[in-house]
Design a protein around this ligand. Sequence first.
Ligand SMILES: [Zn+2]
Length: 403
Amino acid sequence: MPGVFDRLAGQAEAVAELTAAATAARLRVPGQGWDESDARMVHAWLFTGPPGSGRSVAAMAFAAALQCEDPEVVGCGECRACHTVLAGTHADVHLLAPQGVNILLKDVKETIHRAASRPGTGRWQIVVVEEADRLTEQSGNALLKVVEEPPSRTVFLLCSPTTDPMDIMVTLRSRSRNVALRQPNAAAVEQALLVNGEIDPDMARWAASVSSGHVGRARWLATDEATRERREVVLKLPMVMHNPSRAFPLADQLVKTAEQEAIARNTESDEREVEELRTALGAGGTGKGTAAAGRGASGAVKELERAQKSRRTRSTRDSLDLALVDLAGFYRDALMASIGASDVSAVHADKAGEAARLGGHYPAASILKAIEAVQDCRRAIEVNVKPRFAVSAMVGAIRAALS
Ligand SMILES: [Zn+2]
């Protein structure tokens, strides 16, 4: 079993900094936290980097290294603490995630409350905010309060695409130490996929070569047949774009596939949550007062179902966005072919022939318009335009650009 940082591809500097910090954190002052004069360790960390560079992987690996019980190796990857942190089941590591689009104030309050107590089994209470860019002003301010005056044994790990104020509050950013991750190259991605020995080397090499340095996408492609199929569907789209009776249905299929994927990914947790809530509320019982409890319960179940619907919507959008990034990558390859840039490595190495043919057929300016149409579609979906409409408008715009 490898160390906890091995899954972090091509980030040697960050790994060195985090290992030093976790080492410093081990020098505990009895009854308190670490020696606060040791500048290697701080209470709040901000992990930034492009999508797929491994922000949340870095945060979870650091959390594991901080809780690791191995006396010699920091973040051994073998002890119970390392295992439970990476599996998301460690009692002193709290994940703060968006419910639907945003991270809610009530979730921030609840998590802060739990993280303020003494660590149970671990050395520290650790709060991981995987998508800190989805904090609202209210929930961000609530978090800021405790980041400004953290309990001595509490650590905050925030992840955000950039340090831009659009992504993260200036005040939160200034209170945390930034670890900037870079886009890993294909070789580093391949290496990361091979760590557990669960992925076939040929598959790992292929997935790394078509993922543009996005480790998560490479992992999904390597391990999930449905993701590979969706990629095939989206990369077929440019080939049939000239034919409306094939392009529009294919675009619809893309949206439907994304929706089905979102349902498949969430169904199990949805059902479990409803079941837990019903049990907690005593619904389904037959004793006195069941009717009254039932009325209250149905309200709570409705609220949960609303939250779940919003999570599905977000899941659909995320999965569709990955498909659109693939599509933009294809047109980018075509553009490079069109302007004769032969020294740039292709986004989709396995579709380079098709991209080159398209690039030979259309002027660069037209292909650039097609890329813009894809980016417009991504933005439209981000601001809640119905995916079907946005994708169909995109197909129309690309057809116009390449007519
Ligand atoms: Zn360990």
